[in-house]
Design a protein around this ligand. Structure first.
Ligand code: SF4
Length: 398
């Protein structure tokens, strides 16, 4: 079996991972098309986790022998800068979920089919549309697509997730002639957030969605037509910093005009209902302002462009030792060692990384406390239970 280069998984113009964006804002894909992908350390780390998981999964499904798995894992440990015991622990959690699903599938049908890193073609609905399914399992009546997300920034749900639905409908259209498939189940495993979410749909419903929702939007997106629609989905758009529609939307928000009745508008102070509305906009405004700042700095620093009214200067910096060992050499003997270089225990995340998550839990679970978080205002839709504000004020006071 050939090894797959995960970092070079090709990207379609109308990619599954960008579907929530090009379906909401159809002209975005054509504008993004010629802008190169910017790789990030998080993306590279995700690629590494996929590579490692594939080695373990290939063994689990009998594609490679135990000795080959050990050799490949050892090679990975030696050569991949992102490897840590913590990564291996998280990857194995994901592998456990997949193995459980494989066993369930085999219990349903002995000849269940398991495919790793499968190219899934959904070009029946999206021009040149394809993606890569980490794991596809086909058993009696059920096709499953499982996706590993190694990030820990934002929890991604599989429910009504266009990326997973496109993988699902693509897999279904590829295999429906060969197998009896009634339902398609789509799962996202995010081990670092301890999150597994699944959505199961009737295959016919998935096709209706692709016919009615996806195809018309994909046609517009392919032609670069339709309306610019700013929203949450702008977050990873490649033109998010210079997009006029997003700027217009944010500048209009910043003007704060909620068309209040006259008696409210005449009050010199904002009411709590108005503050509530502004809070909803504040996060989006902040993100937009940060994107603009980052873009302007990049243009100025890396491309030598002049931003009207602004100049590039050296930022403030803090003093630091040029050579810590030499500093120690000079001071040792004259001063108490603990006073000049106190030994410090590694932080929790760094320690988990060093000794591995399971070992950390075995040895130190009793010695870790989680103090209550600082009260935070979040929209009512947030899943966390509401704090009793008087009790919280009392706790602060104590
Ligand atoms: S930034 Fe938002 S509104 Fe602008 S093109 Fe991208 S997705 Fe559309």
């Amino acid at each position: 079996m050939t090894e797959i280069n995960h970092a070079e998984r090709a990207h379609a113009v109308l990619s599954a991972s960008g579907a929530s964006r090009w379906m909401a804002c159809t002209p975005s894909a054509a504008l993004e098309k010629d802008i190169p992908d910017q790789t990030s350390v998080f993306a590279e780390e995700g690629t590494a986790a996929h590579e490692l998981s594939e080695i373990f999964l290939m063994y689990e499904i009998g594609d490679i022998a135990k000795a080959t798995r050990t050799r490949r894992v050892n090679k990975f440990k030696k050569e991949n800068e992102f490897y840590s015991q913590e990564m291996e622990d998280y990857v194995l959690q994901y592998v456990d979920v997949v193995v459980e699903k494989i066993n369930e599938a085999k219990a349903r049908s002995e000849d269940a089919v398991i495919l790793l890193e499968q190219r899934l073609d959904f070009s029946n609905w999206v021009p040149e549309g394809f993606g890569t399914g980490d794991v596809v399992i086909i058993s009696d009546g059920l096709l499953e697509v499982i996706d590993l997300k190694y990030g820990k920034g934002v929890a991604v749900s599989a429910v009504d997730n266009p990326q997973l639905k496109l993988y699902g409908v693509g897999a279904y259209s590829q295999y429906e002639m060969l197998y009896d498939i009634d339902s398609v189940s789509m799962t996202i495993v995010q081990p670092r957030l301890d999150s597994i979410s699944t959505e199961t749909l009737l295959a016919t419903d998935l096709v209706v969605w692709a016919d009615n929702e996806v195809q018309p939007k994909a046609e517009l997106a392919w032609e670069g037509e339709g309306d610019f629609v700013p929203g949450e989905h702008c977050r990873f758009c490649k033109i998010r910093s210079t997009c006029r529609a997003r700027a217009d939307e944010n500048l209009a928000m910043a003007k704060y005009d909620f068309a209040e009745p006259e008696e409210i508008a005449a009050d010199p102070q904002l009411g709590l209902n108005e503050i509530g509305k502004i809070l909803f906009q504040a996060d989006e405004l902040k993100k937009w302002a940060e994107d603009i700042k980052k873009y302007a700095l990049d243009q100025s620093e890396k491309h030598g462009k002049k931003i009207d009214g602004w100049k590039l200067v050296e930022g403030r910096s803090n003093r630091r030792y040029a050579d810590e060992e030499k500093v120690l050499e000079k001071l040792t003997g004259n001063y108490d060692e603990d006073a000049i270089a106190p030994r410090k225990l590694k932080g929790i995340t760094a320690m988990e990384k060093t000794i591995g998550k399971s070992q950390f839990n075995n040895l130190l679970a009793d010695l870790v406390v989680k103090p209550s978080g600082k009260p935070t205002l979040v929209p009512e839709t947030d899943k966390r239970p509401e704090l009793n504000s008087t009790a919280s004020a009392q706790a602060d006071f104590e």
